[in-house]
Design a protein. Structure first.
Length: 103
């Protein structure tokens, strides 16, 4: 069966590749930066935890008695891992795509 698409110009394919690679690098860089710069998962500001809502409900679970320092750091490490995993997967895809580009 014959293809109905015309072959792509190799120069255009490389331009599209580099634009996509730069976009992915910026997006994953912002994602990793937000994980490193933001508060750890599960940390609530003290004033939000103590102030009841209308109807007596709290804003979030009261974790003062169950949260330990080691639990917060392991959660932070897990959060960083889940931010790095897609970045590594996209990097592998970009490398494979680079080798598949026409020369």
């Amino acid at each position: 069966m014959a293809s109905t698409f015309l072959p792509m110009n190799p120069g255009l394919a490389q331009v599209i590749f580099w634009v996509a690679a730069a976009s992915c690098a910026v997006a994953h860089g912002a994602l990793i930066w937000s994980v490193l710069a933001g508060p750890a998962a599960g940390s609530y500001p003290e004033d939000r935890r103590k102030r009841p809502r209308r109807g007596g409900m709290r804003w979030g679970p009261d974790r003062r008695s169950t949260t330990t320092e080691s639990g917060v750091s392991s959660s932070r490490e897990l959060e960083i891992g889940w931010a790095l995993l897609p970045a590594l997967a996209v990097a592998a895809l970009l490398i494979a795509t680079w080798y598949a580009l026409p020369v």
